[in-house]
Design a protein around this ligand. Structure first.
Ligand code: IFM
Length: 445
């Protein structure tokens, strides 16, 4: 008997991936270098010196991967476009061979009955733009709008909905504040302009999509933040962390203002990055949907050193993924209820644009099935409380390049042998297929 969850009719089932994590072919057909090509070449930056040069070779094997998706019975496929494939230096004339790859991909998806849901930016900035300052440079937002126009003009006849950015919080913190991801800057709070310029880019791109009659989403990595204790110090620290992780990237979009960052000694113009009129630009095009990437909650206590106004606290007595991330499915229900409490009528319909876990390289896969089942149950609880959730895209279709962890963290429903590129569906793949079929049998498409 397949698992069943109380999710609405018309609920959309999908999987998610990203270009640099699966495509490979980094020097083919005129693709320009991205910040991840540069970063992975830096000794010690990525575990065991792994790079995305070949990754899952999806650039050549996409027909096989789409056949796997068709067999799963998916409604939608979330993937990202590599900006440096489309505009090798991040600006100017498009690279026809780069666009042709996405033509082939989109057409093959549509032939398989799968709706493409592309993300425009999933962290692989053209290196030439980084050389000009990357997301610390306001001009990158305008270059992003130009790139959006190029791809929307090219694919907008076949692709109805677009995600502008993936996890601008993670890109800012890991890429600009801590230096763990490309482009590798460790600027701590001086990274904040990279948050605003990404949001400005979202606003400009959203307007360009909207002018073409296309739907607009953003995929934010959100976490329910809880204080380690009811003490005023822990509560204040949790409020400060929540402002940085969640509100900084969602308040401007839904409320048209930045949250209070005074706990960080930062004013509302984020170190001068916010110009008059910017917040109007960010909110001018309402989101068709909010993409939520959920992995785990965060527990916070008062700071133990003077650097930042919070400290992370372990969540005790819960299972952990291979990455060491705590598994707390009910955190997803709490997160969605928090969003409704916070934004009320301003909250657009939600799509879970990522959720999944890394596991050891073991085809038994019970851990992943439990993870997905418990999170879908938590999602169903939120929908029965009236939260409008339209779909679920599990991360990820394939084991792939997990950024600073290289190929060590395996998130796929499908095992990839990175020596031979052989794909082997895991038990969770069969479970997900049955689940989708059962949902359709119960509720219709
Ligand atoms: O692999 C990443 C993805 O690129 C963004 N969200 C989280 C995933 C797992 O770490």
């Amino acid at each position: 008997m397949p698992d069943r969850f109380d999710l609405p009719a018309g609920f959309r089932w999908g999987v998610a991936t990203a270009a640099y994590q699966i495509e490979g072919a980094v020097e083919e057909d005129g693709r320009g270098p991205s910040i991840w090509d540069t970063f992975t070449a830096r000794p010690g930056a990525v575990r065991d010196g792994h790079t995305g040069a070949v990754a899952c070779d999806h650039y050549h094997r996409y027909p096989e991967d789409i056949a796997l998706m068709k067999d799963l019975g998916l409604d939608g496929y979330r993937f990202s476009l590599a900006w440096p494939r489309v505009q090798p230096t991040g600006t100017g004339r498009a690279n026809p061979a780069g666009l042709a790859f996405y033509d082939r991909l989109v057409d093959a998806l549509l032939d398989a009955g799968i709706t493409p849901l592309p993300t425009l930016f999933h962290w692989d900035l053209p290196q030439a733009l980084e050389d000009a300052g990357g997301w610390l440079n306001r001009d990158t937002a305008y270059r992003f709008a130009e790139y959006t126009e190029v791809v929307a003009d090219h694919l907008g006849d076949r692709v109805p909905a677009w995600i502008t950015l993936n996890e601008p919080f993670v890109h800012m913190v890991y890429g600009y504040a801590l230096g763990i991801h490309a482009p590798g800057h460790a600027l701590v709070l001086d990274a904040l302009p990279a948050a605003h310029h990404q949001l400005l880019a979202h606003g400009l791109a959203a307007a360009a999509l909207h002018r073409r009659g296309l739907d607009v989403l953003i995929a934010n990595n959100l976490t329910p933040v809880r204080p380690a204790s009811p003490s005023p110090e822990d509560v204040a620290a949790a409020t400060a962390y929540d402002a940085l992780h969640n509100r900084l990237f969602t308040d401007p979009l839904l409320l048209g203002r930045y949250p209070d960052l005074s706990a960080y000694g930062v004013g509302p113009d984020l170190h001068g990055a916010v110009h008059p009129g910017d917040l109007d630009l960010i909110t001018a095009t309402p989101l068709t949907g909010l993409g939520v990437n959920y992995y785990n909650p965060t527990h916070i206590a008062a700071p133990t050193d003077p650097g930042l106004p919070f400290t992370f606290v372990d969540i005790p007595d819960v299972p952990r993924t291979a990455f060491g991330w705590p598994v707390v499915p009910e955190g997803l229900t709490h997160l969605l209820l928090d969003l409704r409490d916070r934004y009320g009528a301003a909250l657009p319909p939600i799509t879970i644009t990522e959720n999944g876990c890394s596991t050891p390289e073991d085809l038994d896969d019970t851990f992943r099935i439990d993870y997905l089942a418990t999170h879908l149950d938590a999602l169903a609880s939120a929908t029965t409380e009236g939260i409008d959730v339209r779909g679920y895209y599990t991360w990820s279709l394939l084991d792939n390049f997990e950024w600073a962890e290289g190929y060590h963290q395996r998130f796929g429903l499908v095992h990839v042998d990175f020596d031979t590129q052989e794909r082997t569906p895991k038990a969770s793949y069969g479970w997900y297929r049955e689940l989708i079929a059962a949902h359709r049998a119960d509720r219709g498409r």
